[in-house]
Design a protein. Structure first.
Lengths: 233, 811
């Protein structure tokens, strides 16, 4: 099967007073469809930068990046945006729900950017509310929800269009352990249902929910190992 | 469409959430949009519909101009008109009119009427017909047959109580019987202010006149003929005329233009365009203010925008979302602006004296119409885009991944944003300075106009006009007797200090003072076009003293200067300077016109110059003659009173009735009212420009304040560090105010040369305006700078109060 993601000699750097400061160096990586990959490493290792590049939020890099065989490095912004919209969902550490939108409207956001018609949008949002058991919260604003509930909405928003790839940047970083566990269980279920997941985390326990760990240090991939199996709570 | 609705809903929610900023921005935009809507309504009336007739764009005005003398419109002589009529093929027909004024008597109170002499086909050229009765017949344009008249609707209503049986009635016009054959429709009053129309007839002598320029010619284009084609044909005809009669046509040049453009008038057009430009500047300043607020708002929403991008929003969608917000804000401003515009128009319309309004083409059509609403909508859309585009584009460009990081500040485009905000303030200051200088100069010019007339002490002068009909007063002696009796009689009214008469009193009758040629003994003209010209005044001897016009040399005219004594004249200082530069004019002889039959007049005195109207920028040579030697028909009588002149009106009317009860007197007004009415137009422009200047100043200060305030709040951390490192309050003050003043200084430096260009244009338009006015170019920038300094000081004071510990913890 064609890999979902393929990097060849990916590099990202900044100009720093005439010299280059490398954030990512010569990354060669393949991620298959259906994998649950964890990116780990110390602070400043380049984890979030790699995640942004995978999510096509960052286009300032060099090298080759194939997504489902499409050469992302050759695509213009518009094409990249379409590829991103069609295939990728995001979950953030601090949820990043839009404060002035209700839960219902937050879930609607990605749908509206894909020009999903109104009726279908309502139907998809209702389905997501139901799936994630947050129907009762649909008219609440983010500041009326707990952290766990907010992240639940964040995950629901990320997967509402059934993306092939779900990217999560420290998804449980702001949650207490029970809430974090719940979210990771949810990820596991989504992965089992076929969604490829790439997460950035410092937590060994969270990493254990996945099946591969990529270790970064100073922008280099220093190891790729299989994850230990997590003991479900 | 569905997603747009979603964006609109969200935008409204955001505007409501930040309602204080929303109301401030909408208020600023309302000022800009309201001023634009009101000015557009005026411009629409003046420039687009000055003549409210159907199909008016097919009517062309054909006038002569004298480019070398800067004269835009000059009438043509009968022979010129008749040749045009015979030779031009571009027009269905050509017609002409001439200004006139007649006395209506014999059927009620004697009344002075503003009439026009017109060729019988004049109404056909305009495409109108009388509402009642008939148009003039072709034969009524023959000498001796022209004894009919057509009334305006207004005169028919006022004088004849809308009598439906008015047709066929005979009235006395200047003592001669005329038959009323028609009444025009309500609202039709072309040429402006017309109350009646009389047929014009050319006798054999008039038909060959080429120098007696008195006709204003209009033509209706044939179907399919453009103005350009008609103009080309007319230029061929006028060139032929100039070749054949070079003396009569040299230095004249034909102008052909749509009637609307002609009726609007060049001056009206210039001032209207000036105001349109000024309010456009105000709107741009308001937009810059709003853009600055939008910058501040969207930079607080960087994370939201980054999340939207991460959710798949394209840059276009994000820009659209933000633009919808700023357009909604502008539309809100536009709604407020329409109310403001209506208020402004009501204010403007209600303060214009009716006697002046009726002479302003398009004045009565000023109102907020569909065009104005459409204009407002378009302006609001444009304002929304102008004020929102830069913040939207800038925000949509920020680094998404950086912004979404937990510690990310989303400030990757911060420096560019700062630069742009600074540039907006610079532009605001520059535009404000230009407006302030324009406003300052106009106000100074208007003030100079008012001051120059103070020497007449106009508040104690009563003026009134009369026109002695040629039928009743054909002889010079009859007119002299009339004037002698009148002045004697008026002087007996208690508390009337003195009475005088003149043919042209400053500012009376719109200040129109036309020049005439004159000759100087033993100094024949080398070339005909070098003709000497002066205003020819005929006055009573007491006029100079009554008007406080000073004697420079020689003597005033006296009661001894009669028809049996040597013909004499007094000249103005400018005439002496212009034509007797190297010699003493006293004792020299001059003659009105170039006709040998006119007597030589001996110059016996030189007096100060008089300012005749607000358009006059330089003194006009004037020649005064005693009324006993040249008794006029048309006269303005002036009375110096002890107190409010208005209380003397009934006594004055009684004195007139005692001398000639059939003679109407009109325009009975104190001179200060006459001057006010004559200058009210430029007063309006000056007042509007002053208001615009103040609005611009306020908006620019708000802009400086907003940017400095935002800058301080963004730099709280930096201020904290600086203070922790030992910075004093004074140094923080200097830092913030210095930044604000740097922007202001750059704005002033850019604005000054542009303001100078405007000042040069204004100085050529208006009396009393200097292109190098120190107040405008030193005083106003200082005022602007001081206010900007204050606007920077307030945020600076806040910066000084920053607690270093709090500021650092905040980070």
């Amino acid at each position: 099967m064609e890999p979902l993601i393929q990097f060849r000699h990916l590099e990202k750097s900044y100009d720093a007073g005439g010299s280059k400061f490398f954030v990512l160096r010569r990354i060669n990586l393949e991620i298959q469809q259906g994998e649950f990959v964890t990116i780990m490493g110390p602070s400043g290792a380049g984890k979030s930068s790699l995640l942004s590049i995978i999510g096509m939020l960052d286009s300032a890099w060099a090298g080759e990046y194939f997504f489902l065989g499409e050469p992302v490095h050759k695509l213009n912004n518009k094409k990249r945006n379409e590829l991103h919209k069609a295939n990728i969902g995001f979950v953030f550490q601090s949820y990043h729900l839009i404060d002035n939108l209700t839960v219902f409207e937050n879930l609607e956001v990605p749908l509206s950017y894909k020009n999903v018609p109104h009726k279908e949008r309502v139907s998809l949002v209702c389905d997501a509310l139901d799936r994630f058991h947050i129907v009762g919260k649909k008219d609440l604003f983010p500041n009326q929800l707990s952290g766990g509930q907010q992240q639940l909405v964040g995950v629901a928003r990320a997967v509402i269009l059934h993306p092939k790839l779900l990217l999560a940047d420290e998804p449980t970083g702001n949650l207490h352990s029970a809430q974090g566990e719940e979210i990771m269980e949810l990820f596991k279920k989504l992965n089992d249902a076929g969604t490829t997941i790439i997460q950035v985390t410092h937590s060994e326990r969270n990493a254990a929910f996945g099946n591969r760990i990529i270790q970064l240090k100073d922008g280099w991939v220093v190891s790729e190992t299989a994850a230990a199996t997590v003991q479900s709570a | 469409m569905d997603t747009i609705r979603q964006d609109v809903r969200y935008a409204m929610r955001m505007l409501w959430k930040h309602r204080f900023a929303t109301f401030i921005c909408a208020g600023a935009l309302a000022l800009g949009i309201g001023a634009n809507t009101a000015t557009f309504s005026i411009a629409e009336a003046f420039l687009l519909h000055p003549v409210p007739l159907e199909d008016v764009d097919r009517v062309v005005a054909l006038v002569d101009s004298q480019p070398q003398r800067g004269v835009q419109n000059t009438p043509v002589a009968p022979a010129t008109y008749l040749e045009w009529q015979a030779q031009a093929n571009s027009f269905e027909q050509l017609g002409a009119y001439n200004w006139d004024g007649v006395n209506f008597t014999g059927d009620g109170t004697p009344q002075k009427i503003q009439d026009f002499l017109i060729t019988p086909n004049f109404f056909s050229v305009l495409g109108v017909q009388p509402q009642l009765g008939r148009d003039f017949l072709a034969e009524e344009g023959q000498p001796g047959r022209n004894q009919e008249l057509i009334l305006s609707y207004g005169l028919w209503q006022r004088r004849y109580a809308s009598d439906p049986k008015i047709l066929g009635k005979t009235v006395k016009v200047d003592g001669k019987p005329f038959t009323i054959v028609g009444v025009m429709a309500k609202g039709f009053d072309y040429p402006m202010s017309a109350e009646a129309w009389l047929p014009m007839a050319f006798d054999a002598k008039a038909r060959v006149e080429r120098d007696n320029r008195q006709l204003w010619v209009l033509g209706r284009l044939k179907p399919g003929v453009s103005i350009a084609q008609a103009k080309a044909e007319m230029l061929t005809i006028t060139r032929r005329q100039a070749d054949t009669y070079p003396d009569s046509y040299k230095n004249f040049q034909l102008r052909a233009m749509p009637l609307g453009e002609y009726a609007a008038g060049d001056l009206n057009r210039q001032y209207t365009l000036l105001l349109l430009g000024a309010v456009a500047f105000v709107l741009l300043i308001a937009c810059a203010d709003v853009a600055n607020v939008q910058f501040a708002r969207v930079s607080g929403r960087q994370k939201e925008l980054a999340v939207r991008a991460a959710m798949g929003a394209s840059r276009t969608r994000i820009v659209r979302q933000l633009l919808i917000e700023s357009i909604l804000l502008s539309l809100f401003g536009a709604v407020l602006g329409v109310f403001l515009a209506q208020w402004m128009l009501t204010l403007i319309l209600s303060h214009m004296p009716p006697d002046i309004a009726r002479y302003i083409a398009g004045w009565k059509t000023i109102h907020l119409d569909l065009g104005a609403f459409l204009f407002t909508f378009v302006v609001a859309l444009a304002s929304g885009i102008i004020s929102g585009i830069a913040p939207s584009l800038m925000s949509s460009r920020s680094n998404i991944s950086e912004t979404l990081k937990e510690s990310g500040r989303g400030a990757s485009s911060g420096r560019a944003r700062h630069r742009l905000r600074g540039a907006l303030v610079v532009a605001e200051v520059a535009m404000s300075l230009i407006l302030l200088v324009g406003a300052g100069l106009l106000v100074k010019g208007f003030h100079a106009l008012v001051s120059v007339n103070q020497r007449y002490q106009p508040e104690t002068l009563l003026t009134l006009n009369l026109d002695l009909p040629a039928v009743q007063y054909p002889e010079k002696s009859a007119r002299v007797t009339f004037h002698e009796r009148l002045l004697e009689s008026l002087a007996t009214i208690p508390k009337v200090k003195s009475a005088a008469m003149a043919t042209t009193v400053p500012y009376a009758n719109g200040g129109g003072a036309s020049g005439a040629r004159f000759s100087i003994e033993k100094r024949p003209l080398a070339k005909r076009e070098d003709a000497r010209e002066a205003i020819m005044e005929t006055i009573s001897p007491s006029y100079f003293t009554l008007m406080n016009i000073g004697l420079r040399d020689g003597r005033f005219l006296s009661d001894a200067d009669g028809d049996k004594t040597q013909p004499v004249a007094v000249i103005s200082g400018s005439l002496a300077k212009h034509y007797f530069a190297d010699e003493n004019p006293l004792g020299k002889k001059v003659r009105v016109g170039e006709d040998d039959s006119n007597p030589w007049l001996t110059v016996v005195g030189i007096v100060d110059d008089v300012h005749y109207n607000w358009l006059q920028k330089e003194d006009i040579p004037t020649l005064y003659r005693p009324y006993r030697q040249n008794p006029p028909h048309y006269t303005t009588v002036v009375l110096r009173t002890d107190g409010d002149p208005k209380v003397f009106v009934s006594a004055v009317r009684a004195k007139f009735a005692g001398i000639d009860r059939e003679l109407p007197i009109y325009e009975v007004k104190p001179l200060d009212v006459v001057i006010h009415e004559s200058t009210v137009g430029i007063g309006y422009v000056a007042a509007m420009m002053a208001a615009i200047g103040v609005i611009a100043l306020v908006l620019a200060s708000v802009g400086v304040y907003g940017v400095m305030s935002y800058s301080v709040s963004e730099r709280t951390h930096e201020m904290g560090i600086r203070m922790a490192m030992g910075a004093t309050g004074a140094s923080i003050h200097r830092l913030v105010i210095g930044n604000g003043m740097l922007l202001t200084g750059i704005g002033i430096a850019i604005g000054l040369p542009l303001a100078f260009m405007l000042a040069r244009a204004l100085s050529s338009l208006l009396f009393g305006v200097s292109a190098t006015d120190p107040f405008a170019f030193i005083g106003l920038p200082l005022i602007l700078g001081s206010i900007a300094a204050l606007a920077s000081y307030l945020p600076a004071r806040r910066a000084v109060r920053v607690d270093p510990l709090t500021a650092l913890r905040y980070e």
